[in-house]
Design a protein around this ligand. Structure first.
Ligand SMILES: C[S@@+](CC[C@H](N)C(=O)[O-])C[C@H]1O[C@@H](n2cnc3c(N)ncnc32)[C@H](O)[C@@H]1O
Length: 265
């Protein structure tokens, strides 16, 4: 190969490819017009990621939602019909529908409109669930949902993705009836200075994980929930089993530490 060809090839690999890649990612982070692409991509990718995650945590979710059938609505008209109203924030494709009481009224909030198609396919499998509304909006602004009108609020692996966790929790408290239940299952930041914590900090710092996982950031969500002003809080922690994960997805190991529980307004 001629010296000039080698020079051109080296210049391309040493400078142009890294600069090109860097510019590409900078553009992705900075340009809001690409939000649509990100939302579309996340709805596709996160649906299969959520399915894998869901398979691993099924027994924990089953236990979490097991007492939903024992809740009586605080709203007279619903209680007389033996119904409760559930609001799920950040529903994605609807992986929690199978845990809900068949006779319930469901309100959905999710800012990503591309999930609606997957959710609709799923909710059609549960003809007894009455879908009252599907609202495309972030959980930070539950506009159109009146205060004290919801018996149960649910978030599963959502608070990692929202812009402002305290604002979402404030809205959850606002819409819940007094004595209403907030069920949560969220992945959280790993123990300080562990290998996983370092990887998570790197992921937070580069913003790459956030971009490819619908805004997901590794956070101390347990502290936010504890500070949110609920009258009662039952919270526990668990981690996904490393052996089980490694055969399925290395990426899922990043989100191994979790919290799960119920808070009462
Ligand atoms: C990892 S998915 C989890 C989906 C579903 N909850 C599950 O457990 O399978 C995160 C969901 O949070 C939603 N989300 C992102 N930002 C949000 C926000 N600010 N308010 C409410 N939901 C949000 C996403 O659109 C997505 O549906």
């Amino acid at each position: 190969m001629a010296t000039v060809d080698v020079y051109v090839r080296d210049t391309i690999w040493t400078y142009m490819v890294p600069i090109g890649l860097l510019s590409f990612f900078l553009l992705l982070f900075m340009t809001d017009s690409l939000k649509v692409i990100r939302q579309w991509y996340c709805s596709k990718y996160l649906t299969s990621f959520s399915e894998l995650h869901d398979e691993m945590i099924e027994p924990i979710k089953k236990a979490l939602f097991s007492d939903l059938n024992n809740i009586d609505s605080s709203l007279t008209d619903l209680r007389n019909k033996g119904l409760i109203r559930i609001l799920e924030i950040g529903v994605g494709s609807g992986s929690n529908l199978k845990y809900y009481p068949q006779q319930c009224r469901l309100v959905i909030v999710d800012p990503n409109p591309h999930f609606k198609q997957y959710f609709t396919e799923n909710v059609n499998k549960f003809p007894d669930i009455n879908l009252e509304r599907y609202i495309v909006s972030p959980g930070e602004r539950l506009r159109g949902i009146a205060s004290s009108t919801v018996d149960v609020v649910v978030t599963t692996t959502v608070l990692c993705c929202v812009e402002n966790v305290p604002k979402v929790l404030k809205e959850i408290r606002r819409v819940l009836v007094p004595g209403g239940h907030y069920y949560f299952l969220e992945h959280v930041v790993a123990a300080h200075n562990t290998k996983r914590w370092k990887l998570q900090q790197l992921a937070n710092w580069t913003g790459l994980w956030k971009w490819f996982h619908d805004g997901c950031v590794f956070r101390r969500i347990d502290e936010d929930i504890a500070r949110a002003g609920f009258s009662d809080l039952d919270i526990s922690t668990f981690t996904l089993d490393d052996d089980a994960q490694s055969s399925k997805s290395k990426l899922i190991q990043m989100i191994s530490p979790h919290i799960v529980g119920v808070a009462i307004k």
